[in-house]
Write a protein that binds this ligand. Sequence first.
Ligand code: ADP
Ligand code: MG
Length: 713
Amino acid sequence: MTAHARYEALRTANERGVRTFPRPTAADGSALPVTDYFGRNTFSLSMMSHKLPKPIFKKVRSAILEGTKLGRPEADAVAQAVKEWALANGCTHYTHWFQPMTGLTAEKHDAFLTFDGDGNPLEAFSGEALIQSEPDASSFPSGGMRSTFEARGYTAWDPSSPIFIMENPNGNTLCIPSAFISYTGEALDQKTPLLRSMQAIDAAAKSLLRALGNEADRVIPTLGCEQEYFLVDRAYWALRPDLAIGGRTVIGAAPPKGQSLEDHYFGSIPARVQAFMQEVEVELYKVGMPAKTRHNEVAPAQYEIAPIFAEVNVAVDHNQLTMEILRRVALRHEFRVLLHEKPFAGVNGSGKHNNWSLSADGENLLEPGHDPSSNLRFLAVMAAVLLAVHRHGGLLRASVASYGNDFRLGANEAPPAIMSVFLGDLLGKICDALANDSDLPASPTQAMLELGVSSIPQVAKDNTDRNRTSPVAFTGNKFEFRAVGSAQNPAWPMTVMNTIVADGLTTITGWIQEAGGGADAAFAAIKRAIKASSPARFDGNGYGDEWVVTASARGLKNHAKTPAALDEIMASSSIEVFNKFGVLSPAEVESRYNVLTEQYVKAADIESDLIRQLVDGSILPAAFDELKALSGVGAAAKRTAALTTAVETLETARAGLDTAWEAVHHSDNHAHATVTHVTPALDAVRDAVDTIEGLVRDSLWPLPKYREMLFLF
Ligand code: ADP
Ligand code: MG
């Protein structure tokens, strides 16, 4: 065997040009401004206002903005209007677009085509078809849910996220954002609990506002996802089954350069990549996704795209669409996009920073105000987040636990697995003063003046210095949850965030009410919350070894690996908080735990198969070819010996992997046993392979190397 295919791939990748794609144009051929086609493929509120009779539009509008229920006549009217719009825009099919617990989106397409009584073809779409659909649900993961309850599930239209058209050169599809629920009402997806958590935090935040003498019609969590990803040339990808199937390189020696020169971050974007980004943006604009920033990330071949934030439910759908469109458009540019958290060992992994805040009738509750009373409100909401992270840090950690994210958290420039909050210098000092000083003046206004709290706005923005090592960082007017993995659906971490903050808000409201209400009571409650949650506040270096020791002394949890983190989902405090706020029943919690745990073991199983096949089919044959080429070359005795030893080490490690899986199958907790046995066994195989890569001549190495995939396209 030779490296023939690899060299072909190298040549192909390097000879590629920059794709010019058809941009939306006016009749005279000039490029349209984005505002002319933004949201063209969404059935937006303004579109509905034109197409629906006024009384119906009013009801639909309040269903969307206030979450009220929609009746059948309205649904029929919407269905009629949507159908006309879809047909006029080249759609032949419609689908309920939903987010099962696989972590991907799912769709089952139905044609509009049907026949009347006389057998004449016609296009039909009813309110019933819009509202509800029945996919064959039996093969989606349910974590045992449907065997206990009901064998079937259905998808239900979520009017709060706009219906959109997914374009395809050969015919378009109408996509209806939907929840996926069992017939007895259990959540089988990611959207249902997210919507419930939005209701929970809306109620909790309004109660707190009322206790502070404020009113709001609706409080909505907002989310802006910063999506990181890698690009590799398709030609390399096709020769790396580990990338193609597992999304990650399971073997590969470190490149000579790595990211040590730190020259990639915010560097100029290569032309071929920029063309890709521009086409992605055009596609996203058409479906109403407000892409805002694009840039290079820290690792070579790593990039980021971020939107303008939106209400959390819509932002999650936007992010799922972004991932899908990144995948599709990459192919047109002869790339493959890698959304995995750690595609390459030794360089940065990819995250999906979740910027989160609360909006009360459009006003950001985490925006420090201009006067003592709005700052009291700001401090109360901030303190609720502190309480949430302190009480439910384990659950928050669990919300980002996955096989892929384990490679990232705590490694190269990613936040550690310990959940803490960074507030920045100024807010940190304010909190310290509030937590320590029991002799503050009785009047909260006076106390705030003394602490400088009444003047937060002037300095807060500049003081939220960038601490990239913190998993939950306050960044001026929002919290940034940085531990979320790039491949994850953000719905689950946001569901947890909303739920635990609802708990924090409710606690503070209770303390205010117990003390008889009013500003004094509010101030005391804020102080109490800040004091109680002090251990979870940390502004130092989250990457340092000292933090691990300090955090443990503070009683903070540190689950480096997924199975232990997932166990936190089953902790009584987690089951209780989900149940108390109507987000997940105990049975639903357990089903999620089962699905996530099973996914972890499956991912390790797939990687083990991949690495075995690579070792047997590619690595050992290459090593034997090298040994053959060395035989009879007198001066090569030392090389031969070194390679022979490396091959023996690999054979031993390869056998060790099989033994590890036997141990897993004999254990009563497969997930934990996978960590104990399989993880080190996989590492041993990888080490041996990477040593061999250094001993086999280049012309005999069959797999694209790190230096090629990361630097040469
Ligand atoms: P960074 O410097 O970390 O890239 P940015 O200021 O660019 O931060 O914002 C990152 C993301 O945060 C963007 O998606 C932005 O829309 C979002 N964001 C800004 N304000 C809010 C908010 N109030 N709620 C949620 N997300 C927000
Ligand atoms: Mg950021």
